[in-house]
Design a protein around this ligand. Structure first.
Ligand code: GLN
Length: 189
């Protein structure tokens, strides 16, 4: 059976992720995920960029957050980009908003400043053999990593990608570039 990759499609830039995943290999199937039922029909999950407070409230209200945590405990790979990484974090600096807590990290939201400070630059990413373009949009950074959390990428000495087992977070948005290497890496993880 082909690998079924789901993208959380509540809000944010999920379409771009679906496109990028389709371009990694003809063997993968893509699904939009909005309900626990849809979640149970996928093998891997991507949580896209968006607004973490809004999406967090909806994950909590409809029980989808709990269902995601259950699947993570069973070993399903999950990758969060930007907002996705914020939602995966155990702690959000100075905020008590809903989160999944699946990555033992602390994140700082909007760490590079407001919308006007969005930018792109090349970053090294462990797991991909060439520098990738990091698109940072009101991006978070990781200011604490717990035991067992591996740093996959740094930008100007700040941690911008991490992994703990099969749970991955990136501050930047590989789905907004033409290079699908990070998506391919995740599909093969
Ligand atoms: N700053 C947003 C948040 O805190 C995340 C931005 C993004 O996902 N591009 O939710």
């Amino acid at each position: 059976m082909p690998e079924r990759i789901g993208v959380l499609a509540i809000q944010g830039d999920f379409e771009k992720h679906l496109d990028a995943v389709r371009r990694t290999s003809p063997g993968v199937e893509t699904r939009e995920v909005r309900t626990s039922e849809e979640l149970s029909a996928i093998d891997r999950l991507i949580i896209p960029g968006g607004e973490s407070t809004t999406v967090g409230l909806l994950l909590e209200r409809y029980g989808l957050g709990e269902a995601i945590c259950r699947r993570a405990q069973e070993g399903m790979p999950i990758w969060g980009t930007c907002m996705g990484m914020i939602l995966l974090a155990r702690e959000i600096e100075g905020r008590d908003q809903y989160r999944l807590g699946l990555l033992d990290i602390t994140v700082v939201r909007n760490a590079f400043g407001a919308q006007i400070h969005s930018f792109e630059d090349t970053v090294a990413f462990a797991g991909v053999d060439h520098p990738v373009t990091g698109v940072f949009i009101r991006a978070p950074v990781v200011c604490r990593v717990g035991d067992g959390v591996e740093v996959l990428s740094r930008y100007q000495d700040r941690i911008v990608a991490v992994r703990a087992g099969r749970v991955v977070g990136t501050s930047f948005h590989p789905e907004l570039t033409d290079d699908v290497s990070v998506h391919r890496w995740f599909v093969d993880l």
